[in-house]
Design a protein around this ligand. Structure first.
Ligand SMILES: [Zn+2]
Ligand SMILES: [Zn+2]
Length: 331
C-alpha cells in the first residue's frame, strides 16, 4: 500500500481534544504503511559509516550548500514522530538505488487539482501555492479547473457533522484524469478525508504507483481568532506549502529525514509540523536536485523573493543566507 499522511489537527473547535488524541494514532499508522511499503519496495538500509560520512565530506554537499548552516536533529521529544516510528535513514546513495518515478521531458509537470469549493479565508490561494511549487521543485505546476465532487464516485460519510470523503475513491478518480505529461497530480480539498474502516480521518494519502495524491486543508486553519487576518493567511499558506512540498517530496521517493531539521522530517502533530522548517536539508535537496537538475543558487534566490513577498520573514531570511553563501554551480 502506497500511502502516507503526516499532519495533525485543526478541527471543529469543540471536538479538538478528542480528535487530536485519536488522530495521533491514526495518522501515525497510515504513515507507517507508507514507510513499510517504501522499505520493502526499495530495500532501504541504514547508512553505513562510510555513507554517513558523505554528508559532511561529499563534494556536492560541501561545494554547493553550506552544510554547517543546517541543524542536525536532536533527540526527539516523547510524542514526536521519531520517538514513535523507528525508520531507517535514507542516504543519497539509498535514494539512488530505490525504485522511483523519473522526471522526463515527457513527464515533468505537477498538477494541482482542486476538488469542491474553497473558502478563501480558510484556504491557501491556489496560484500562490502553484508558484511556490514551481520554485521549490523547479518544475511546471499547473492548477486544473476545479472538479465538482458531485461528478465523482465518492463514498461519503459524516463525522461530527462534517462531511468526509474516502481517500481511495478520490485517488481512483484522480488516476483516471492523470494528464499524459504529469509527473504527479495532487488533489486538494477543503473537505475532510478518511482512509477506510476503523479510521477517523487522515490529512492526506498518496498513491506513488499511480502518481496521485489527495490532501485536505480542512484542519490547517487556525481560525478567525488569529489576528491580524494576515497572520491567519500566512499560517494557512505556510502549513499548506509544507504539506504540499513534503508529500510531493515523497512522490520523488524521498523518505522521512533523520539527518537535519528538514521539511522531510516526519510529523505526528500539527504542533510538530509547525516547529519544522520548510527547507530541505542538504541530503534531501541533493536528491531533488538530482531528479530535477535545477540551479540551486537561483532556486534559493527565487525562494527568498517569494517568501518575502508572502511576508514569511524567517523563511525568506534562511534561504537568502543560503543563496549568499552557496556557490552558483550545479551538480
Ligand atoms: Zn511524510
Ligand atoms: Zn532532510
Amino acid at each position: 500500500m502506497d500511502d502516507t499522511s503526516d499532519f495533525l489537527p485543526w478541527w471543529v473547535r469543540h471536538q479538538r481534544l478528542v480528535l487530536a488524541a485519536s488522530a495521533v494514532v491514526l495518522v501515525a499508522a497510515v504513515s507507517a504503511w507508507f514507510v513499510a511499503e517504501t522499505q520493502l519496495a526499495a530495500g532501504v538500509e541504514r547508512c553505513d559509516p562510510e555513507a554517513e560520512a558523505e554528508l559532511g565530506s561529499d563534494d556536492w554537499a560541501s561545494g554547493v550548500v553550506d552544510v554547517a548552516a543546517f541543524t542536525p536533529l536532536d533527540e526527539p521529544g516523547g510524542g514526536d514522530w521519531r520517538a514513535i516510528h523507528k525508520e531507517p535513514r535514507q542516504c543519497f546513495s539509498d535514494w539512488l538505488d530505490r525504485k522511483r518515478q523519473d522526471v522526463t521531458q515527457e513527464r515533468r509537470t505537477l498538477y494541482l487539482q482542486p476538488i469542491g469549493s474553497f473558502d478563501a479565508e480558510a484556504s491557501p490561494d491556489m496560484e500562490t501555492l502553484a508558484e511556490f511549487g514551481r520554485i521549490y521543485f523547479g518544475l511546471p505546476v499547473k492548477v486544473m479547473e476545479p472538479l465538482d465532487p458531485a461528478s465523482l464516485e465518492l463514498s461519503k460519510r459524516q463525522l461530527g457533522g462534517e462531511e468526509q470523503w474516502l481517500t481511495t475513491d478520490v485517488l481512483d478518480e484522480l488516476e483516471t484524469r492523470l494528464p499524459n505529461d504529469a509527473y504527479a497530480m495532487l488533489g486538494l480539498t477543503m473537505t475532510d478525508l478518511w482512509p477506510g474502516d476503523g479510521w477517523n480521518f487522515v490529512f492526506g494519502q498518496a498513491r506513488l504507483s499511480g502518481r496521485v495524491g489527495i490532501y485536505s486543508f480542512a484542519r490547517y486553519d487556525p481560525g478567525p481568532g488569529v489576528r491580524p487576518a494576515d497572520d491567519r493567511r500566512r499560517m494557512i499558506l505556510l502549513r499548506s506549502m509544507k504539506v504540499m512540498s513534503h508529500e510531493t517530496g515523497h512522490m520523488f521517493g524521498i523518505t522521512h529525514c533523520l539527518h537535519y531539521e528538514c521539511n522531510m522530517n516526519g510529523s505526528n502533530s500539527l504542533y510538530e509540523t509547525d516547529s519544522q522548517p520548510i527547507h530541505l536539508c542538504p541530503v534531501d535537496l541533493r536528491k531533488l536536485h538530482h531528479a530535477v537538475s535545477f540551479d540551486i543558487h537561483r532556486r534559493y534566490l527565487a525562494l527568498a523573493e517569494f517568501y518575502a513577498e508572502q511576508g514569511l520573514v524567517e523563511q525568506a531570511e534562511f534561504v537568502r543566507l543560503r543563496a549568499s553563501t552557496n556557490q552558483p554551480k550545479t551538480d
